[in-house]
Design a protein around this ligand. Structure first.
Ligand code: UFG
Length: 328
């Protein structure tokens, strides 16, 4: 498949770098495009690397006219809910407007296969659990709104230009590649599992539990954690589907199982053998009490089967990575 070149936009980020690895392992040719605003050059496991932004029309036109690209995978989004509320235009500019430039360049160069990283944030406050793909989309923050806007854009591009796309709505991406060579590295970490593991490595004193009176069994928020390599495997299946003439579609990606914040902390204590002090804190604005995915649609349609269904194993893979990062 080396003659099939896949453009991975945002391939120096957490999920993108795992995708590049999986594509290379599956023998695809890979070009990574990343502006390194949040990504890291040393996390890109191989293939060709181009530094630049997805809204750079000249760069994109040059890239598509000089490389035979079979499909584009797009991971280059800002993804912090809180930041999106404070600075919505940053999100609309990058996640929406720059993506429109990317699609425009693709269409002009007749590249018509696209795999999009969407999010559970498109649903907003759930009216039904588990959440299926036909749950109403009513995002409660600009991040989710920017993602659903792109999904709409993709639908319109399919009707108008025959663009075929698969949009994957991730729940809580977590864990790290089993090699321990790539993993989650954010300058301003906000996600629960990496923050807990920073406490375990001694980089942080304690973990704050945001809200303890949610309507859940132990009062803390429940989330559906999915291993990053199960996400990338779903992308490979989506890619194969589009390569063999499959139609556009939208799928959830989660494990159909929720864990509370307290349960996550407890499992991390078990995995790391560290005490991990936790303190109770105020709710974080905009956090829904429970988010659990139904991923039946992608299981049935594409035969996706997660390898890491239990959170303890997911945390173990993340721990190997964080321990290594802290001790390098
Ligand atoms: N949490 C804490 N303490 C922390 C950090 C997080 O208690 O220090 C809690 C949060 O309140 C939440 C849970 O841990 O209840 C998970 O929080 P994360 O920040 O790890 O993840 P989110 O569920 O907020 O966000 C994820 C993705 C987003 C996506 C969202 C969908 O990271 O990109 O799910 O709602 F938009």
């Amino acid at each position: 498949m080396k003659n099939e070149k896949i453009l991975v936009v945002g391939g120096a980020g957490y999920i993108g770098s795992h995708m590049v690895k999986d594509l290379l392992d599956t023998d695809y040719g890979v070009i990574t495009l990343d502006d390194l605003s949040t990504g890291h050059r040393d996390l890109v496991p191989g293939g060709e690397f181009i530094e630049g932004g997805l809204g750079d029309r000249v760069l994109l036109d040059n890239l598509f006219s000089t490389h035979p690209i079979s499909a584009v995978m797009h991971f280059a989004a800002f993804s912090l809910v809180g930041e999106s509320v404070e600075n919505p235009l940053k999100y609309y500019r990058n996640n929406m407007a720059a993506t429109a430039e990317l699609l425009d360049s693709m269409i002009r160069h007749n590249v018509k296969r696209f795999i999009f990283s969407s999010t559970a944030a498109v649903y907003g406050e759930p009216v039904e659990i588990p959440i299926t793909e036909d749950h109403p989309c009513d995002p409660t923050n600009p991040y989710g709104a920017s993602k659903i806007a792109v999904e709409r854009m993709l639908k319109d591009c399919d009707s108008a230009y025959g663009l075929k796309y698969i949009s994957l709505r991730y729940f809580n991406a977590s864990g790290a590649d089993e090699s321990g060579n790539i993993g989650e590295r954010h300058h301003n970490e906000t996600h629960l599992i990496p923050l807990i593991l920073e406490v375990a490595t001694g980089r942080r004193e304690n973990i704050k539990i945001f809200g303890t009176n949610y309507p859940t069994p132990d009062g803390t928020c429940i989330r559906d954690y999915i291993h990053v390599s199960d996400l990338t495997r779903a992308h490979l299946l989506a890619l194969e589907t589009l390569m063999s003439g499959g139609d556009s579609s939208v799928y959830n990606l989660g494990n159909n199982r929720g864990y509370s914040v307290r349960e996550v902390i407890e499992l991390a204590r078990k995995v790391t053998g560290k005490p991990i002090p936790a303190i109770e804190a105020d709710k974080r604005p905009g956090d829904p009490a429970v988010l659990i995915a139904s991923s039946d649609k992608i299981k049935e349609a594409l035969g996706w089967k997660p390898k890491y269904e239990d959170l303890e194993t997911i945390i173990k893979t993340a721990w190997v990575w964080h321990w290594k990062e802290a001790n390098i």
